[in-house]
Write a protein that binds this ligand. Structure first.
Ligand SMILES: Cc1cc2nc3c(=O)[nH]c(=O)nc-3n(C[C@H](O)[C@H](O)[C@H](O)COP(=O)(O)OP(=O)(O)OC[C@H]3O[C@@H](n4cnc5c(N)ncnc54)[C@H](O)[C@@H]3O)c2cc1C
Length: 402
């Protein structure tokens, strides 16, 4: 495409949030000649916060259009899932390697910071201006051009403002002050990265153990680190990051050890060896009727946060970035571009969110009848997953009729 003829050439785009959705959109628009600025509340160092997340073929195929995807395998775990009961007896396996043939790439787990770093490098290579420690405070002018006020300085004369600022989006609050707020689900997603000397052999699969009282997932990366996660019932939402609070860390560790006391000892060993526990509250986000107004549009978690139960948060954020870029490149009118974007995305996203809720319920509150049924039948049901997940993994942003 002749860049000069591209609608986005020389357009000024302000993106709030350098998580996953923001950079994905930015890279596509920069390639089409747009001037993109990203403001990010966290410092560059704080962008390493967080643990690891799952990315499935639908997300990886978008990522492969943005960066050199081979670098993502520097540190990872393959996405094959092996399910165990509380005594560590394998009850089923969901092999992800078939996805290589079906979709050209297979699901993996990677550190959130690894994706963030690779996207950041590409942004800089393409000449994007990224301002860290800079928070959106208000939208000052909302007409033919957008002016915003931030914690650092004011930015003026933007053609578009994109809110990619996550589940507690300031942009969403400014755009739709009466929109419902995310609800705390009384569940924390906890986990850690730990080196355990006798456990350095890379895992072929992520081990998913249905404990007597709670679910526990763990694996060892190709670099010998153990990554584990657990969804933990917690009545009170933490008021500050758990990583900064030693007493909360100790409490969570004690609770988890109690919760898994009757399960295979490996779980207790892993929890005991962990020092820097990460925990973030899981929120349920009410459906937002509109994701846009005027020249402002929300993407990723800001528009439609999803619980971590299906591991689709990052993949959906990547898809959003790619689809919105295509809409902006096709339609000069913001109303047309944004409404087409929401039309293309809302049905898919709602269906995946519903699926995540269902999986979340299945992981919590086990009872012995369900456990018995699960232990004997899961291996039969799991085979249906390949077919059931095809519409999720086989999504190809390049085949969409924009
Ligand atoms: C620090 C952090 C750690 C995470 N760790 C994990 C994890 O370990 N496992 C997992 O499955 N998911 C994790 N997530 C969630 C996961 O990254 C998202 O669900 C998914 O990637 C969707 O991406 P997103 O770009 O829409 O939102 P996010 O990845 O949440 O990115 C939003 C960005 O916007 C920034 N921001 C917020 N408000 C403002 C403002 N007013 N002005 C400027 N910038 C703002 C935030 O600092 C953040 O970097 C984490 C999210 C964050 C923010």
């Amino acid at each position: 495409m002749d860049l000069k003829k591209c609608i986005m050439n020389n357009k000024k785009v302000m993106i709030v949030g350098a998580g996953i959705a923001g950079p994905a959109l930015a890279i596509e628009l920069l390639k089409k000649g747009a001037w993109v600025t990203i403001i990010e509340a966290r410092s560059r160092e704080e962008m390493t916060e967080g643990l690891f997340l799952g990315i499935s073929p639908n997300g990886l195929n978008v990522l492969a259009n943005l960066i050199d995807i081979s670098r993502i395998y520097d540190e990872y775990v393959p996405g094959t899932l092996r399910f165990y009961n509380s005594k560590a007896k394998q009850i089923a396996e969901l092999d992800a390697s078939y996805q290589n043939d079906a979709y050209g790439i297979a699901s993996i787990q990677v550190k959130r910071s690894a994706i963030s770093n690779l996207l950041h490098e590409m942004l800089i290579e393409l000449g994007c201006f990224v301002e860290y420690e800079c928070k959106l405070e208000s939208i000052e002018y909302f007409g033919e051009k957008i002016n915003i006020k931030t914690s650092k300085e004011n930015y003026q004369g933007y053609d578009y403002l994109i809110g990619a600022d996550g589940i507690h989006s300031k942009c969403r609050k400014l755009l739709f002050p009466d929109s419902p707020q995310p609800n705390y689900t009384k569940m924390l997603s906890t986990g850690a990265v730990v080196k355990i000397p006798n456990q350095a052999t890379p895992s072929e699969a992520i081990k998913m153990m249905f404990g007597k009282q709670a679910f526990f997932g763990f694996s060892t990366t190709n670099t010998g680190e153990t990554w584990w996660f657990n969804n933990y019932d917690a009545e009170q939402e933490p008021h500050r990051p758990v990583s900064d609070d030693e007493s909360q860390q100790l409490k969570i560790k004690k609770d988890l050890l109690e919760l898994h006391a009757q399960d295979h000892r490996k779980i207790s060993e892993i929890i005991t060896a962990s020092n820097d526990l990460f925990a973030y509250p899981i929120f349920d986000m009410p459906v937002l009727e509109r994701w846009y107004a005027g020249r402002v549009c929300l993407i990723g978690d800001a528009a439609h946060a999803i619980s971590p139960h299906t591991g689709q948060g990052a993949s959906l954020a990547l898809e959003d970035g790619a689809v919105l870029a295509k809409c902006l490149i096709k339609y000069d009118d913001p109303e047309l571009a944004f409404s087409r974007f929401q039309q293309l995305r809302s049905g898919r996203v709602a269906k995946i969110i519903a699926q995540a809720r269902k999986i979340g319920k299945a992981k919590s509150k086990p009872n012995w009848v369900i456990n018995l049924f699960r232990d004997s039948m899961l291996k039969y049901f799991i085979n249906m997953e390949k077919k059931k997940m095809h519409w999720v993994y086989g999504y190809d942003v390049n085949k969409l009729d924009i």
